[in-house]
Design a protein around this ligand. Structure first.
Ligand code: ZN
Length: 430
């Protein structure tokens, strides 16, 4: 039994008006602190009459470590029974959210602490070890407190002027390593991850957007996307007034992809095999997709030599010029000039004298010409979604066992979604 008054006080911080009945202090097992609330006898909630005591029921809760050891709080909950035969209140057990929310396995203070640890990206298995319990109650607690925090934090999804959608890989699962995708919804102006929805189709983002208040939707001026049809239709349905902007990074990437396709086809046609270490086009592959202004003079000479050796019909050169011209669209300052240049480029690339891969690139640019040109007026990109994705990757590394979308979403939003943590101390989950 623990009798030192200062130590007993430390065990009681934040629990409200409780008395310590005793402390089991056995070596090798968590410290067990027995408490009972000091509260007046309540009246019956149904009939208002006096209640009779119906004994106690004790629940054991995982608590914060105390004195460097895992601890349990054994709460001797009082039970009450209404003696009135006409009243159907029956027996009730006392509740107190200051100690623990109903059905929780962790105390309130342990639940809040655990949620903060999860929010810092700490592996929950490690947190569970520190608490001396298994992973499941810890995860359940982070889910419950985390969801309550995100729901209470209404300021987090502030008025958004530029909204971005971007896909990212959640995990691979099963025998065939099937990929599971998610869509990040990001305020790309503020760099704020707003939410994560499952899949990369139009359905989930559309539903998320349509659940926002009308005034919020009306305030979104720019809708940023990669060159993805599903996101385009999500925006067309939910944000018809917003101007769509193609993310420059993705636009340049389709140019690089087309160049890569031409390179490997020409490689195959001229040498009859896929690229090998000493093949000129294979050696040129990195220089080709580099930004031309970053290539040194010697790199330029090397590239010219490799193309002379490996590109007999100049197809790779054509593809390289197409890619560089596409990149140069982003050097244009004037929005009107930008729009005209994009349209002209899309038409030029469809010239039948060019490789078919480049013709296809031209058709893609034509299909997205308005979205590509809108960048000149909007000057927004999806770079913030990349930042969010990189943060999420860290959570994924800390919790390699993600196979459940709801767990994944909460952990990612707590870590990368910048919730207002001060609210956590003011709320309890329902
Ligand atoms: Zn009653």
């Amino acid at each position: 039994m623990e009798c030192d008054p200062t130590r007993v006080c430390e065990l009681l911080v934040g629990l409200g008006d409780v008395e310590v009945l005793g402390v089991d202090d056995e070596a090798g097992v968590p410290l067990r602190v027995h408490i009972r609330r000091r509260a007046p006898r309540p009246a019956c909630e149904r009939c208002g009459g006096p209640l009779w005591s119906d004994g106690e029921r004790s629940v054991e809760l995982v608590d914060l470590p105390a004195f460097g050891r895992p601890a349990r709080l054994v709460w001797h909950k009082r039970r009450w029974r209404c003696p009135d035969r006409g009243c159907r209140a029956g027996t009730v057990t006392e509740q107190d959210r200051e100690i623990a929310p109903p059905r929780e396995k962790l105390t309130t203070r342990a639940g809040r602490w655990t949620t903060r640890q999860g929010g810092r990206g700490r592996p929950l298995g490690e947190v569970a070890d520190e608490l001396g319990c298994s992973w499941h109650p810890v995860n359940a607690s982070v889910r419950r407190w985390g969801e309550a925090l995100l729901e209470a934090d209404t300021e987090r999804i502030a008025q958004t002027e530029a909204l971005g959608l971007d896909e990212h890989l959640m995990w691979r699962r099963g025998r065939f390593r099937t990929k599971a995708w998610a869509t990040g919804i990001v305020d790309v102006g503020r760099g704020q991850l707003l939410d994560i929805v499952p899949g990369r189709t139009a359905q989930a983002p559309t539903r998320w957007l349509l659940a926002r208040p009308r005034s919020w939707l009306a305030g979104v001026r720019w809708a940023v996307l990669d060159l993805s049809g599903p996101y385009r239709s999500a925006f067309e349905v939910a944000l018809p007034h917003a101007k769509q902007v193609a993310d420059p990074f993705h636009v340049v990437r389709v140019g690089n992809d087309a160049l890569d396709e031409v390179r490997s086809r020409v490689q195959n046609q001229t040498l009859g095999h896929r690229g090998r270490k000493h093949d000129p086009l294979y050696r040129a592959r990195k220089l080709l997709v580099s930004a031309s202004e970053r290539i040194t003079d010697s790199g330029r000479t090397k590239l010219r030599g490799l193309l002379d050796a490996g590109d007999p019909y100049g197809e790779v050169r054509d593809a390289w010029h197409a890619k560089e011209t596409l990149r140069s669209v982003y050097d244009i300052d004037d929005a009107k000039v930008g729009a005209a240049t994009v349209a002209q480029l899309a038409a030029d690339l469809q010239d039948p004298g060019l490789p078919t891969e480049i013709n296809r690139l031209g058709r893609t640019i034509w299909r997205w010409r308005h979205q590509i040109a809108n960048w000149h007026a909007a000057r927004v990109t999806n770079a913030a979604t990349e930042v969010a994705n990189n943060l999420i990757k860290r959570v994924k590394r800390a919790a390699f066992g993600f196979t459940n979308f709801a767990n994944y979403r909460i952990r990612a939003l707590l870590y990368a979604g910048r919730p207002n943590w001060t609210l956590l101390d003011t709320l309890t989950p329902t």
